[in-house]
Design a binder for this molecule. Structure first.
Ligand SMILES: [Mg+2]
Length: 217
């Protein structure tokens, strides 16, 4: 790779660290939605989420299919998180991302509203050319290969010219299969998944510029 044309950033647990607790709050609200709105007995909620996730890619898709849930209502409910309790604007992060080469995009399984709120809170909104959220793809989530292809078509780019960063290896697999460079962000595991040829691990977001330098030199 001699030049990086674009970078796809996951948002949750990528632009902020998992251990800040924000996503645990979202997770808790998903459980509450199943209990309080869909009226699933609390003892069955965990298993139902696992079943829907496995069968339909997201809890939301299972709820839409089996319970006629309005996706906008669900997404509004589960993302109603007091960001100030979990996030801190980070000037160094803003400066780091501003210096990265290529166009930057958000590629998230969350709603556009949630992505925009988090980006605004972190002072990052102006650095991203577009947000590809779950609404954009008619609620089809990562890791569905078709939405990666649609995204590339929309930005008029080739997979080989770009990079994707995400905290979940499963979401990076389609990107890697298409020829994108991939960055798995998060603590380095004791038994890390096997990385694809242009795949890297990253434990600290601020090491991203160095990683990109290594990749394109
Ligand atoms: Mg994530």
């Amino acid at each position: 790779m001699s030049e990086l044309e674009f970078i796809l950033f996951d948002l949750d647990n990528t632009l902020y660290p998992r251990d800040c607790g924000l996503f645990d709050h979202v997770d808790h609200l998903i459980n509450r939605y199943l209990e309080e709105v869909v009226k699933i007995p609390s003892a069955e909620v965990d298993q139902r989420r696992r079943d829907y996730w496995q069968a339909h890619g997201t809890t939301l898709n299972g709820l839409m299919l089996h319970h006629g849930v309005d996706p906008h209502h669900y997404l509004g409910f589960v993302h109603d998180v007091p960001l100030a309790d979990y996030l801190e604007p980070d000037e160094k992060l803003v400066a780091m991302i501003a210096e990265l080469p290529g166009q930057k995009y958000i590629f998230s399984n969350a709603s556009n509203e949630h992505c925009q709120r988090v980006l605004d809170y972190l002072g990052l909104s102006h650095l991203f050319s577009a947000v590809y959220d779950i609404n954009y793809f008619d609620f089809r989530p990562k890791p569905e290969l078709a939405i990666y292809q649609e995204l590339l078509g929309d930005i008029d780019s080739r997979a080989e010219d770009g990079m994707m960063i995400d905290d979940m290896a499963v979401n990076l697999a389609p990107a890697a299969s298409m020829g994108m460079a991939t960055v798995l962000y998060g603590p380095i595991l004791e038994n890390p998944p096997t990385l694809p040829p242009k795949g890297r691990n990253l434990s600290c977001l601020h090491q991203l510029p160095q990683l990109i330098n290594d990749l394109i030199s």
